[in-house]
Design a protein around this ligand. Structure first.
Ligand SMILES: [Mg+2]
Length: 134
């Protein structure tokens, strides 16, 4: 195990067009990046405006690395989380939609619409987390 990062983070991944394509295939490197983030001392969460996505977690065998799944508020994110008594603070967000990333920080990824085995966005996500976490 590598040493714990200076700043362990709650890392929130969006689902549709962030970790899965339009037709539901998994983005390249997702399992590897989830595993490495957890091994580095971070917590990985999924959230989605389309519901609580354990079925996606299970379809791709990601339970070992995903701490929890949540419904993602669609607007006024901070106020919505406060109102709901949301149990975890998103420290770093990964989303194909810029608003959440602007609000909480993180990486705005290119939308993963069509399956593309050459896609490298998850590598960029991992490297950005490394840079932030120290
Ligand atoms: Mg999305």
């Amino acid at each position: 195990m590598p040493p714990a990062p200076d700043h362990p983070m709650n890392i929130f991944f969006d689902v549709d067009l962030t970790i899965i394509s339009e037709d539901g295939t998994l983005r390249p490197r997702v399992p590897e990046v989830f595993r490495r983030l957890v091994e580095d001392g971070h917590k990985v969460y999924l959230w989605s405006g389309n519901g609580i996505r354990w079925p996606v977690v299970d379809r791709f065998g990601l339970r070992e690395w995903v701490s929890d799944c949540f419904f993602k508020p669609l607007y006024d994110h901070r106020q919505a989380l406060a109102r709901q008594g949301f149990p975890v603070h998103p420290d770093f967000c990964v989303d194909d939609y810029p608003e959440v990333v602007t609000e909480f920080g993180g990486v705005h990824v290119l939308p993963y619409g069509e399956p593309d085995p050459g896609d490298q966005e998850m590598v960029r996500v991992y490297e950005t987390v490394r840079a932030w976490a120290g």
